[in-house]
Write a protein that binds this ligand. Sequence first.
Ligand code: BTN
Length: 257
Amino acid sequence: GIEAHFSPDFSLPIQLEEVTDSTNTLARQAANHVQEATAFMAYSQRAGVGRLNRPWQSPMGKSLSLSLLLPDFPKDLPVYLLSQITAASLCQSLDPYLDNLGIKWPNDLIANQRKIAGILPIFDQDETGRSYVILGIGLNLFQDLEDFPKDLQDKAGSLKMAVGFEIDIDQLLAKLIEDLVRAIQAFKDRQDGQAFLAICREKSLLIGKEVLSYEGDKPARQVKVLDIASNGGLKVKDLKSGQEEVLLSSEISIRTQ
Ligand code: BTN
C-alpha cells in the first residue's frame, strides 16, 4: 500500500488526506493564511484537474496527488522554468528505479512510452495581492492498464507497470519530496537553474524530433524541436517558414507524430 511515513531532514509541513476533491483546492484555501511552504497530499482525489483543464484520475490506493504551496513566490521567476525544474527533479528521484525515463516537454514524465506523472504549476495571488505558486504533481504508482479509462490505455502507465516490481514507496516519496524542495529552493535562490535544464535536455523525448504544435484554435503546425530554452520554453523551428521561436507551455500542446 502507500501508507507513507515521512521523515525528511528538513521542515516541510505535510497535510495528508485519504480522499479530497483536489489537493490544489486545499492548497488554494490555505494560501491566504499559511506563510511557509506546505505540502498537501492525498491518496485519492474526487475531481483532480490536469493541464488544459482536463480531468486527472487519482484512484485510491494507486496514485499519489501532491500540491506544494509555495507562498511569496517571486513574481519575476518564469513559471515555465519551474515546470522544467520540477520535471528534472522528479527524474532524478525516479531514475534509480527506471532505465528508460524521459521528459515530454512541458510537464509529462514518460516511462516505456507511457505517462507516469504530470506536473502543473499554477501562479496566483492571495487576497492581499501576494503571489504564490501551487505546484501540482500527479504520480501514477500502482495502476494496471485496466485501471485507466479506455481512451488513455494506449498512453497511460504507472511506476508499477514500468518497474515491474513493487518498490518501497515510503522511501521513494520521502526522497522525491526532499529532492523537490531542494530544487525549488535552489531555483528561488536563483542558483542552479541551468543544472536542472541540463537534465531536461538530456532526458528530453522531443529534442531532434518533428512534432505537431497546437496553439489554441489555430491549425496545427509542424515544427522541429531544437532545444529546451533557458527560460524553460521549447525552442523550435517552424518547418514551413524556417523561423525559429520559443514556445511557452501555457499556450500550446505538443503531439509526437
Ligand atoms: C497534467 O495534466 O499532466 C498535470 C496533472 C497534475 C495533476 C495534479 S494531482 C495533484 C494536483 N491536484 C490536482 O487536481 N491536479 C494536480
